[in-house]
Design a protein. Sequence first.
Length: 420
Amino acid sequence: MSLESVPQSLSVSTGEFALLPPERQALAVVQDAAGFINRGLAILWRDVVGDDLSVHYAEALSLIERDDLAGLGRLLHAHPGLVEQRGADDEGLQLLHVAARGGSPACIGLLIEHGAILDSPSGLLQANVEGFRPGVTPLLIAADTARVEAAMTLLAAGADANACLPNGGESVLQIAAARGSLVLVEALINAGAQIDALSSWHSYDDQLGTYCGNGALHAAALSERAEIVRLLLKAGAERDICAADLRTPLHYAAARGCVAAVEVLLAAGADPDALDICELDGLTTRMSPLHYAVINDHVAVAAMLLCYGANPVLVETGSGESALQMAERSDDPQLVSLLVRAWRGEVGESIFSHLDDQYITCLSTTYVELRAFLLNLLSEFPVGSKSLLVLSDWLAEMLGAENRPHLVRAYRESLTKGAN
């Protein structure tokens, strides 16, 4: 309740009152009496509350929810310390945290103008609640709730683009990549976010199993965000980045069946034969992206991996089985047929390229014909994952989309020669 909202005088003048019919006179008396009482209550409320910031905090929450910028501005001007006040619950949010979660960009800007600390962590220092995560900045909250405009406002004001969750260490970039916020991911990269930062977060996925230590590229691959995978790679992300479990983003995308993300990673030179290391029930497994595609029955992903040169007879050491043997235990004859032909060296599948929006055919005979040209091209223009993807785009435009896999095969061959 504020004094500005309470009537300051009679609702009608004395002369007007005398001219009103009796029923209108009675109504005017009631209205004026109510206004007098409300003004008295407002004065009493002001005197009782005084500078109790917890009460003003509750009022500010309501103003943020209603996007009442004028009212919020008056309240912040009257109580400068309000921007540092925290909620009494376990989250311990300041007003900027609240606005990041549900307020307008203008509201966020107003709080910053009145001294709200951009990277202030949430939480009460004395909080000791199971599952409680102290230290969440407003930018982390905005990214986690996919509130792109709020996050962009905070970034523009100078919020830390490398803020991380305190327990699992997930970065703002990793969270934005998982949520599919392409614009925010690009803004974070431009603001200096560390592209290859790895978290220590442990989780479980039905198709991937238990996983940990992933980064933004892993998060985008696991969330099937091919466009963000491409953006991160072109910004210089390490294509085969991994933590202790040796799982690369390609493992994640293959397990999930995201053929578009798989194609982008392969076109950037990701290793289709990389082996992870996973311990389960005393058994250590070493699986490739192709193994994950097969056990999850992702035929299109398996075809894409084979097109880019994945080894169909590579053995998973824990079980001693190849991808073909794994497929034979499935109920999918198409998958078995695909791997049998690959085992015979008859890779010639027609697969849909999401990069070029068309079907392409991977013929080993065509690679033999182009091999010398491609190796010479790569020797003239040494490339990494970022530039290989750019070169792949150029080659697809100039000579046809079916040449992408051939370029990558030549690239991997050149790496093998260089290692020897």
